[in-house]
Ligand binder design. Structure first.
Ligand code: PEP
Ligand code: MN
Length: 378
């Protein structure tokens, strides 16, 4: 039986039309459909010692590929502009030709996720909650769903404190195969019960394409974890659903890598995507990860997709989580995800970094203060 709160994929939409505007989330319709006109896509700068034969060879190969070449001769070097469809040009090994010093793409490799594609920020609806508007949406809950009492107690306490979305993992990506792996389907059923009790939509992780149908029956928003950010078959599969997807940045992924992974999901027609900064690995050993708050303004400028920050995994130490949550709001995050547990010393995963319910409630008040100071609300 379907257990959606208010965001079930329409039966015919689940594996949808494939058109970006084929989803039913009005906030995410592209305003500026992609331009297909040919444009200057690549600039080749030749070496100062490049010979005329080498330049002719490059130009004739560009013509063989059905592309146009615009040659400008300077005092020291020849610059060749390659004109044509960007996708076709990007895959050509232009840097491999003798006489070439550098090849610079003019256009960005991501299209559907780029800010220019819509020209305005997107809003993504999770259940009845809109992420990407004026409100800074708080998501909270335990790392793992462990039992009925735990998830319902936490769900009720975070709702009272002001959280709008309940998080909890039923399928857990763990570094060790001997660690708790999550309750699987039973965990999803407990989440559904907590959703009924607390009236909050739920976000939960899907780790594998084989579990997607099952997780989609329960989730209001699918989470793709850091370790799966470049699991391209999973990205494509969630792209064929119309469920909101929160894509977490891989721990060794650049901002551009994150955008390219999101592009996979949008390219399958699902525009209901949120990007999540959750910390990257650096040389620093005093924190679990390094929360890259640089990513927030950069993502807000580069993409129309809403940006979530997860300060819990980003710093990994309970007493420092509030400071990074406040900083994330100040940096412009649309949503903050925080791990909360009623008995951290009994937690089956990430006990050391989750806030107690009263600590979370206290933090919400402070987040509200920062949000209001920058013209937003909680
Ligand atoms: C989580 O949210 O509990 C989690 C496992 O996150 P990440 O994929 O960012 O490590
Ligand atoms: Mn966790």
């Amino acid at each position: 039986m379907a257990t959606f709160l208010s965001n079930p994929p329409a039966p015919d939409a689940k594996f949808g039309s494939g058109l970006p505007w084929g989803n039913d989330q009005k906030g995410c319709e592209p305003l500026n459909p992609p331009q297909t006109a040919e444009a200057l896509a690549m600039i080749i700068i030749t070496r100062p010692d490049a010979t005329e034969d080498q330049i002719e060879h490059i130009v004739s190969r560009i013509h063989d590929w059905g592309l146009r070449a615009e040659v400008s001769r300077g005092e020291m070097r020849v610059v060749i502009g390659v004109i044509g469809p960007e996708d076709k040009i990007r895959e050509k090994p232009l840097g491999a030709f003798p006489g070439v010093e550098s090849v610079t793409p003019v256009l960005k490799p991501y299209k559907l996720v780029s800010y220019e594609f819509r020209g305005t920020p997107s809003k993504v609806k999770i259940g009845n909650v809109v992420v990407g508007g004026k409100e800074v949406v708080l998501m909270a809950g335990p790392c793992s769903v462990e039992n009925e009492d735990q998830i319902i107690t936490i769900a009720q306490s975070i709702r009272k404190a002001g959280a709008k979305i309940l998080r909890g993992g039923a399928f857990k990506p763990r570094t060790s195969p001997y660690s708790f792996q999550g309750l699987g389907k039973a965990g999803l059923q407990l989440l559904a019960e907590a959703r009924r009790e607390a009236g909050l939509p739920i976000i939960t992780e899907v780790m594998d394409t084989k579990d997607l149908d099952l997780v989609s029956e329960y989730a209001d928003c699918l989470q793709i974890g850091a370790r799966n950010m470049q699991n391209f078959s999973l990205l494509r599969e969630v792209g064929r659903t119309r469920l909101p997807v929160m894509l977490k940045r891989g721990m060794a992924a650049s901002i551009k890598d994150l955008l390219m992974s999101a592009e996979y999901i949008l390219s399958e027609g699902n525009f209901n995507v949120l990007l999540c900064e959750r910390g990257i690995r650096t040389f620093e050993t005093m924190t679990r990860n390094t929360l890259d708050l640089n990513a927030v303004p950069v993502l807000k400028a580069e993409t129309h997709l809403p940006v979530v920050v997860d300060p819990t995994h980003g710093i990994g130490i309970r007493r420092f989580v509030p400071a990074m949550a406040l900083a994330a709001v100040a940096a412009g995050a649309d949503s903050i995800m925080i791990e909360v547990h009623n008995a951290p010393e009994l937690a089956k995963s990430d006990g050391e970094q989750c806030l107690l319910p009263n600590e979370f409630a206290d933090l919400v008040g402070r987040i509200r203060g920062v949000a209001e100071a920058i013209g937003r609300e909680v």
